[in-house]
Write a protein that binds this ligand. Structure first.
Ligand SMILES: Nc1ncnc2c1ncn2[C@@H]1O[C@H](COP(=O)(O)OP(=O)(O)OP(=O)(O)O)[C@@H](O)[C@H]1O
Length: 267
């Protein structure tokens, strides 16, 4: 895939001055997100990292339309987000497949609901089964799959609906490190083919640098963007990119930022 010119590409996602506050049991207010703004250009792989509780998932849920900001607005493809919609696909950490449906039926679920004719449906599903290398398991049920395979189905299901943006909340968080690594590589390959805008939340700094074009480092209490870091590593990412001096330097920069934040909160 040709490099996207991040300076000129239109913003697929705009988060404008978004705050999220919750009432506390003692009558006060807890600020989960404080005036967060960011713009994700079309086809960018944006990663959000930050300490536990900094509001990463909250930001993703707001973008999905599963919750509303207290202030500010979220705009996807020029439309203000007010509710969930098929333009935003989601992949969560927990396995969210329909257990009573086969792999094929899970992937085609949204297409069927939209009334896509069976022949076209089969073509789309076969394409994504091949993309996530699950064609031999098309007629299996989720309980017959490993955790990594289930997440591959979840990715295929989200992409089959042809969303404008893919929202991923720690999708590999429950996997062992080897499977996680394989999944990261698989996601990169699928993303390079699908040319989708991705917003990916993770705790894992290596994962953030390996996957992202841009890393948004968040700080907590209140949740806000501390720094935006561009990842100038070549794509496709070389096999041993984690050992490259540029990779290690970025890791150092992000570790220092997160370390500062922890010390700022709990001196
Ligand atoms: N419904 C709610 N009522 C009150 N507080 C909430 C609610 N939902 C989330 N919070 C608080 O908002 C903050 C942000 O939560 P969020 O889950 O977005 O953080 P996170 O960065 O994704 O954390 P983690 O990495 O641990 O998943 C947390 O302190 C959380 O306790």
């Amino acid at each position: 895939m040709g490099a996207v010119n991040l300076e000129t590409a239109p913003a697929r996602l705009q988060v404008r001055n978004v705050s999220l506050r919750y009432p506390t049991p003692t009558g006060g207010t807890f600020v989960a997100l404080d005036k967060v703004s960011l713009e994700v250009p079309d086809q960018q792989f944006a990663v959000i990292v930050g300490p536990s509780g900094c509001g990463k998932s909250s930001l993703l849920y707001l973008t999905a339309g599963l919750n509303e900001p207290t202030e500010g607005e979220i705009v996807v493809s020029g439309q203000r987000v007010t509710e969930p919609g098929p333009d935003r696909g989601m992949v969560f950490q927990g396995y969210t497949l329909f257990p009573w449906l086969t792999v094929r039926q899970n992937i085609e679920f949204g297409l069927k609901r939209r009334g896509m004719p069976p022949a076209q449906r089969q073509e789309v599903v076969d394409h994504y089964l091949d993309e996530v290398r699950l064609r031999p398991f098309a007629d299996n049920f989720p309980k017959q799959l490993s955790g990594g395979m289930m997440q591959r189905v979840a990715i295929a299901r989200a992409l089959a609906n042809d969303p404008q943006i893919l929202l991923m909340d720690e999708p590999f968080g429950a996997l062992d490190s080897q499977t996680r690594h394989q999944m990261q590589r698989l996601l990169l390959r699928v993303w390079e083919h699908a040319k989708k805008t991705v917003v990916f939340v993770t705790h894992d700094i290596d994962e953030a640098i390996l996957l992202g074009d841009r890393v948004y480092v968040m700080g907590a209490r209140p949740g806000r963007i501390r720094q935006i870091i561009d990842v100038p590593l070549a794509r496709p990412r070389p096999e041993d990119v984690e050992l490259a001096p540029e990779f290690i330097a970025l890791k150092r920069q992000i570790v220092d930022l997160l370390h500062d934040d922890l010390h700022r909160i709990d001196p």
